[in-house]
Design a binder for this molecule. Structure first.
Ligand SMILES: Nc1nc2c(ncn2[C@@H]2O[C@H](COP(=O)(O)OP(=O)(O)OP(=O)(O)O)[C@@H](O)[C@H]2O)c(=O)[nH]1
Length: 888
């Protein structure tokens, strides 16, 4: 491919006005029309000669590369002898080392400026007219002036990597290359810019980092082995260089810091790895203050690299290698040489990738997060919106009748009767009333499904039906359900069930609910309530009417005429059909054949079945449908987004998988007091959600009051649950779904809750002094939290027997269940999840022997300092306190 040179660039190079150049060239008979025209390199060279410009030459000699490395040189990094363009006023000389990979696509501009031809092989070796290289084989010389006569079509010559170079001593006309250059896939060129004494360095690689030449002068020191010298002219004026530098900076993918770091690296490492001629270096050493500037930019003759790789946040090492067309091993080696041990499958961030890519002549372009580009979501305009059916979840205390109610509702479905079929269990189903209105029910009753969906960021429910048995009244899980619905800001319609029972007392239920903030309409509140008997199917239609009324108030709408978006409600691996999932379409219309991404997976809709098991071709908003065609099993709560190409879908899924893996490794609490200020500062958080558990009603109330008082203009303290007793799994789930922290005051989590908190990355804080708790929250909000004292749980023992020993006290016969009990640890006595004492171990024994430590699975006798009120069944938790400086 013949490279062409823009007239504008040529004019710049020749320091004349482009228009003037056009005029002149036209007069000379060159095939140009306007300033936008371009010339072949050959012609450009003629023009240069017209203007008396000629190229200077830098002849690079190969560095003494270890034999091993020589062998390893791949086609991507061929050895090169490089030639510099002419410099106007030769003054001092100075070594300029520059490594540059230039591909076939190397810009004309770059080539023009380089004005070089480089021979790659011995056969192709050109020679200089003057100062022929003393080394044979890998030296190349070239006379650019002579090139105008040469009928060389292209200079697309591959330049081999050199580690050393050689220069002719005097500025001489350049000889014609002995042979025309052949196009090569890429070449690397090095221009020695800086020359410093050899120093100790961390690694020695066959490749050297890029160093730009000085802006004012290029002084070439004597190459020790050959002893040749050549003076070089000034390459460009200072101004030109600055401009170039600015351009390069703009184009650079590196952040300033990276760039400086690399510059420093180059300053420190580059010259020393290449030259041993200390004396020469010192003689030509540029002024200190210029040093960084010089090396941090590309020379004016070498524009910023043109080969770009677009990456999204991170990239796998192997992928980066593939994109650059280099061997993974080569890339890993290079990284290692640079002090960054990486593996092929490791994801590296864009900054690291940029440093590495630069070594191979590539520039990294950091693209916005893939998802943001590809899933760019344009919210529908009001005109696009049409009413959609409500999506309902049934919640309530155990045995209050949720399942019976869902069954009763299902039986009211006229469509089911029409279809003559029974509703399939697909996680959700629709109910069509006689008047044609439809409602969608999430088939899994209970707050667990609701919460775990919410914990994954999925909010599919529009309305919660809270089932309360009229004979039993408000119970623990009724309260929890209310809290969940409130935290999710989902309205509640109450179904007071089992009114057929003689002991039913709906009025009592109403007053209990009113105490919890759900005030019935008839009492002036806004909570819709219906008395029903799910078993006897009394009041079901009335209940559904109320639900529809509530839905009307919510003005539920969605756009129908656009690609579908929804949520995964349920998923299973079907033996015959592969991964199958129920999707609730929330927007748009889902069609057979649609390509989609869902959570970490993707696919194409092969077939769809509605809740009666009937195959359907299209599904509209609020409709649940069973979808076949997933690559892998998605998870309940995952999003489901239709895209226009499978490639996109796959890319997004892969990106998400990578992110998920990274998140897995960098597990940290969703929110913690330590991170609070950071999040507030970043505007990520506006309120601090707290799940508060305490040992007594009195302390709970006191804590609530003092915590609420801490709310400021910037952050609101929001207690989403306040309860008495041990921290439960439900507390953790609520905290997880609501991005809350759990505060236990004198209460501890059950071991299941602790495990769940670990899994869900929920931060549980333990306090036993009120002011410490309020102080911490206050400080966290102000960003003044002291180094955190972290409690490390060491072991758990169960008290199985009590021995009262006169004059000594009470000794607890324990069985160590988890971890170790060490007599130096602190100990906490927990009774029914409540901390009854915290102190020190006075003695630890096994078979009358004093021991230091007892591990899990063994029995031991424990006496606690100053505490004799120990009881059978108590748990002894040992812990250590560690200071961790906070990261705020
Ligand atoms: N008398 C009477 N019994 C009912 C009514 N609704 C449900 N039951 C009974 O209450 C018991 C529990 O009903 P379920 O529907 O299983 O309750 P649930 O809330 O789904 O229970 P879990 O799934 O265990 O949480 C069953 O024996 C039902 O027959 C009702 O309206 N009247």
């Amino acid at each position: 491919m013949t490279k062409r040179i823009k007239l504008t660039e040529l004019a710049e190079e020749l320091h004349i006005e482009p228009k003037e150049l056009v005029k002149k060239l036209k007069a000379e008979g060159f095939p140009v029309k306007t300033t936008l025209s371009s010339l072949s390199e050959e012609d450009a060279e003629k023009v240069r000669n017209l203007y008396g410009k000629k190229h200077e030459i830098i002849v690079f000699r190969k560095e003494e590369i270890e034999e091993k490395n020589k062998e390893e040189i791949t086609p991507e990094e061929p050895k090169v002898e490089s030639v510099e363009p002419p410099l106007e006023q030769p003054k001092k000389k100075k070594l300029v080392l520059k490594k540059k990979k230039i591909s076939e696509e190397l810009k004309v501009e770059e080539k023009l400026k380089l004005e070089e031809t480089i021979s790659e092989t011995k056969e192709e070796k050109p020679s200089f007219i003057e100062e022929p290289s003393t080394e044979k084989g890998d030296k190349v010389s070239l006379e650019v002036e002579a090139l105008k006569e040469e009928k060389v079509e292209s200079f697309e010559t591959s330049i081999q990597e050199v580690s050393r170079f050689e220069l002719s001593q005097t500025e001489t006309p350049l000889t014609e290359p002995s042979q025309p250059k052949t196009a090569q896939p890429s070449y690397e060129k090095r221009v020695v810019t800086e020359f410093k004494p050899r120093k100790e360095r961390g690694f020695k690689g066959k490749e050297q980092p890029v160093v730009s030449p000085p802006k004012e002068e290029i002084v070439l020191p004597e190459e020790p082995k050959i002893g040749e010298k050549e003076d070089f002219k000034k390459k460009k004026k200072e101004k030109d260089f600055r401009e170039e530098k600015k351009k390069a900076k703009k184009k650079s993918a590196f952040g300033k810091r990276e760039k400086e770091r690399i510059d420093e690296f180059f300053i420190e490492e580059e010259p020393t790895t290449l030259f041993e001629e200390k004396l020469e270096v010192e003689l030509v050493k540029p002024k200190e203050k210029d040093k960084k500037e010089r090396v941090s930019d590309r020379p004016p003759t070498l524009p910023p690299k043109e080969r770009k790789i677009k990456i999204f946040e991170t990239i796998q090492v192997s992928e980066l290698a593939k994109m650059m067309g280099v061997k993974v091993s080569e890339l890993i080696k290079k990284a290692l040489q640079m002090g960054m041990p990486v593996t092929a499958n490791q994801s590296i961030d864009a900054d690291i990738a940029a440093i590495l890519a630069d070594e191979f002549g590539y520039q990294i372009e950091r693209a916005p997060i893939e998802e943001e580009i590809l899933l760019q979501y344009i919210p529908p305009s009001p005109e696009e919106l049409k009413p959609r059916p409500p999506v309902i979840t049934v919640m309530g205390h155990v045995d209050h009748g949720k399942t019976t109610l869902l069954d009763a509702i299902r039986k009211t479905d006229v469509a089911s009767k029409e279809a003559g079929g029974i509703t399939q269990h697909i996680g959700a189903y629709t109910v069509k009333l006689e008047d044609g209105r439809t409602l969608t029910f999430i088939d899994t009753p209970g707050h667990e499904a609701f919460t775990s969906m919410r914990a994954r960021g999925a909010q599919v429910t529009d309305i919660v039906i809270l089932v309360v048995a009229a004979d039993d009244g408000v119970m623990e899980q009724t309260k929890e359900a209310i809290e969940h619905a409130k935290a999710a800001k989902v309205p509640i319609v109450v179904a007071i069930n089992k009114i057929d029972k003689p002991e039913a007392n709906p009025e009592r239920v109403k007053s209990q609910l009113a105490e919890l903030g759900l005030i019935p309409e008839e009492w002036g509140g806004d909570t819709l309530m219906a008395n029903i008997s799910a078993r006897n199917k009394i009041g079901i239609n009335e209940l559904l009417e109320l639900v529809l009324l509530q839905a009307e108030m919510l003005e539920l709408k969605a756009a129908y005429d656009r690609p579908a978006r929804g949520r995964i409600i349920e998923s299973k691996l079907d033996k015959g059909r592969g991964p199958v999932a129920t999707v609730l379409v929330q927007e748009g219309t889902l069609k057979e054949g649609d390509i989609f991404v869902a959570g970490l997976t993707y696919g194409r809709v092969r077939a769809m079945f509605d809740s009666y098991g009937k195959r359907v071709k299209e599904v509209t908003p609020s409709m649940p449908v069973e979808v076949l065609g997933f690559e892998e099993l998605p998870q309940a709560g995952d999003d489901f987004i239709v895209l226009d190409s499978e490639e996109k879908a796959k890319k997004i899924a892969e990106y998400r998988q990578r992110k998920a893996r990274e998140a897995e490794t960098a597990k940290e609490a969703k929110i913690s007091l330590e991170k609070l200020f950071e999040k507030l500062k970043e505007g990520e958080l506006k309120e601090l959600n707290i799940v508060l558990k305490a040992d007594t009603q009195g302390t709970l109330e006191a804590l609530q009051a003092s915590l609420l008082k801490l709310s400021t203009d910037k952050v609101k303290v929001n207690i989403i649950r306040a309860g008495i007793g041990a921290i439960s799994e439900s507390d953790v789930m609520l905290a997880s779904a609501s991005n809350a922290i759990v505060i236990g005051f004198n209460v501890k989590p059950s071991s299941q809750a602790r495990d769940l908190a670990k899994k869900e990355r929920v931060d549980i804080k333990f306090y036993d002094v009120i002011y410490q708790l309020t102080d911490d929250v206050k400080k966290a909000m102000a960003g003044l939290l002291e180094p955190e004292i972290v409690e490390e749980i060491k072991g758990l023992a169960e008290v199985r027997a009590i021995f009262k020993i006169p004059k000594v006290g009470v000794v607890a016969g324990c069985y160590v269940k988890e971890g170790v009990i060490n007599r130096n640890y602190n100990v906490r006595v927990i009774r029914d999840g409540v901390v009854v004492y915290t102190g020190k171990i006075a003695s630890l024994r096994r078979f009358k022997e004093d021991v230091k430590e007892v591990a899990a699975g063994y029995e031991c006798g424990v006496r606690i300092e100053g505490f004799n009120d120990i009881k059978e069944g108590d748990l002894l938790e040992t812990f250590e306190l560690k200071k961790v400086s906070q990261e705020l």
